[in-house]
Design a protein around this ligand. Structure first.
Ligand code: HEM
Length: 492
């Protein structure tokens, strides 16, 4: 009996090894330059990633293939093949021209947890219908409606900056700006005062911290499964969101929707627009509302706080840029009787250039992803990209490639002086029909934050922040490995 069991195990082992070997031969069989993988992570160096997609590892892929002088290269995530694109023309083909062959993003979601099913993770027709529905929530007219609430939340931040300036204390900028964006998202999306500055235990801020920074060993195991064995994870209904986060968020949304519907409460926020969509005959279930508001919450606070933080960091290092920007901000406030309208805020040209330059050096979404949904061939190649192949577009690497942006580590907003010029290798919001739906909202939030901070404070480096900043290799969004601390000096 023991011998039979041993033979069984050995046979299963041999079949598994042969299967993995066969899978890892995929790019070699197709004569595509590739990086040698190792089981079980393939070419990913991060065994337990902190998030739902790949991040800085795509920069390593880019540099390896660039050094070999090729424009497409094969890698493996787990045992599944992915094609890395380096050429902006190829990238445009995938994102824009031949979008119908690359509709999906291939990021995991499971109906077992509604917080994981939303625009970022939806596929095919589900994504198309959702995208049409939710586009109406992000128009300029809707942004104007939310602008006043956003302006109000920035004032919550100023007492903390005043106090730190008075006592010459370091400000942890990422945490501080995340409190602002959490308050702003809370009020504009859910109509909730989050009190992230007044209350150190504010529920929404804690949810944000938990979501991006706190992973138990069990959470890491789940993420491991989802990233490297997504099909098995889906069969087992494994969620990639920490269970405490999804339970709390689901309860918050359910309670708010029920309260509003019961008491006929209407506010000028996203949730209200979504409830109106739901009641206007559009088919929106409560689970769908939970998923979409969850992604608006996550994307709404993290990307904008990261962009504001990295801008302040660079402005502290580049005082000439900071002075020039402050001149524009101060004169715009003066021309508008110290109360900026939405148009005046969005009309500041140099502020736009500064944000564009930050998004070039520090794009919050490090790599873009697509999945081939129909067999495809690039016009200049016989290589058949098979349905199911994942496409990796290393945005951070393109933004820092001297062939596309000379002297790439120099912070130089003048690169974006000509506002009509197109930059094929510049992808901070992605491109094509599946680009960032929240672009206007995100830019408005970053502009509100920077205009109000720089009008009131001079920002200076702090000796406690080590330079250059390193990017956390395990995160799927751009996060420095250390806290970004700066000094703030009050301007009278
Ligand atoms: C500075 C701020 C932001 C940046 C840099 C940013 C960047 C991005 C990028 C690079 C993508 C992927 C695009 C692609 O694959 O082609 C994306 C997608 C997305 N973003 Fe943003 N984002 C920002 C703010 C926001 C905000 C504020 C929201 C919502 C309130 C949001 C919601 C989304 C959603 C839902 C998607 C998925 C769209 C789809 O697949 O249809 N983003 N974002």
């Amino acid at each position: 009996m023991l011998t039979e069991i041993a033979i069984l195990f050995a046979s299963v082992g041999i079949v598994a090894v042969l299967f993995v070997k066969y899978k890892y031969g995929y790019w070699k069989r197709r004569n595509v330059p590739y990086l040698e993988p190792t089981f079980p992570t393939g070419n990913n160096t991060s065994f337990f990633p902190k998030g739902i997609a790949i991040g800085k590892i795509s920069d390593y892929f880019y540099k390896e293939f660039k050094a070999r002088g090729v424009k497409r290269g094969g890698v493996f995530l787990g045992v599944d093949p992915s094609l890395v694109l380096l050429d902006p023309e190829d990238i445009r083909t995938v994102l824009v021209k031949e979008f119908n062959s690359f509709v999906d993003r291939g990021i995991y979601g499971t109906k077992a947890d509604p917080t994981t099913v939303h625009l970022v993770t939806q596929n095919g027709q589900d994504w198309k219908s959702a995208r049409v529905k939710y586009t109406s929530v992000f128009t300029s007219a809707k942004m104007k409606i939310m602008y006043d609430a956003m302006k109000k939340t920035i004032t919550y931040m100023l007492p903390l900056l005043d106090d730190s300036a008075k006592r010459n204390l370091d400000v942890d900028v990422l945490d501080t700006t995340a409190r602002f964006t959490t308050d702003s998202v809370g009020l504009t999306i859910f109509g909730v005062e989050c009190n992230s500055f007044k209350d150190p235990d504010a529920e929404f801020r804690n949810l944000g911290i938990h979501l991006l920074e706190q992973f138990s060993p069990m959470d890491r195991m789940r993420l491991f499964m989802v990233i490297y064995f997504p099909k098995l994870a889906a069969k087992l209904n494994i969620s990639n969101i920490q269970p405490e986060v999804s339970t709390k968020f689901t309860r918050l949304i359910k309670d708010t929707v029920e309260y509003r519907e019961k008491n006929n409460v209407s506010r000028k926020d996203f949730l209200d627009m979504l409830i109106q969509l739901k009641n206007s005959g559009q088919h929106i279930t409560l689970d769908e509302l939970i998923g979409q508001t969850f992604v608006f919450f996550l994307a709404g606070f993290e990307t904008s706080s990261s962009t504001t933080t990295m801008t302040l960091f660079e402005l502290a290092e580049n005082q000439d840029v900071q002075d020039r920007l402050r001149e524009e901000i101060t004169s715009t406030f003066e021309k508008n009787n110290n109360d900026l309208s939405y148009e005046a805020l969005m009309g500041m040209k140099y502020l736009g250039q500064v944000i564009d330059e930050t998004l070039r050096m520090y794009p919050p979404v490090i790599s873009l992803l697509r999945v081939c949904v129909k067999d495809f061939k690039f016009p200049d190649s016989d290589l058949l990209i098979e349905k199911g192949t994942r496409i990796i577009i290393p945005a951070l690497s393109l933004h820092r490639d001297p062939d596309h942006f000379p002297d790439p580590m120099k912070y130089c907003p003048d690169r974006f002086e000509d506002r009509n010029k197109k930059y094929p290798a510049y992808l901070p919001f992605g491109d094509g029909p599946r680009n960032c739906i929240g672009l206007r909202y995100g830019l408005m939030q970053v502009r509100v934050g920077l205009a109000n901070i720089l009008r009131n404070y001079k920002v200076l480096p702090s000796p406690s922040t080590k330079k250059p900043l390193e990017i956390d290799p395990d995160m799927f969004v751009l996060r420095p490995t250390q806290r970004v601390c700066l000094k703030f000096e009050k301007i009278n």
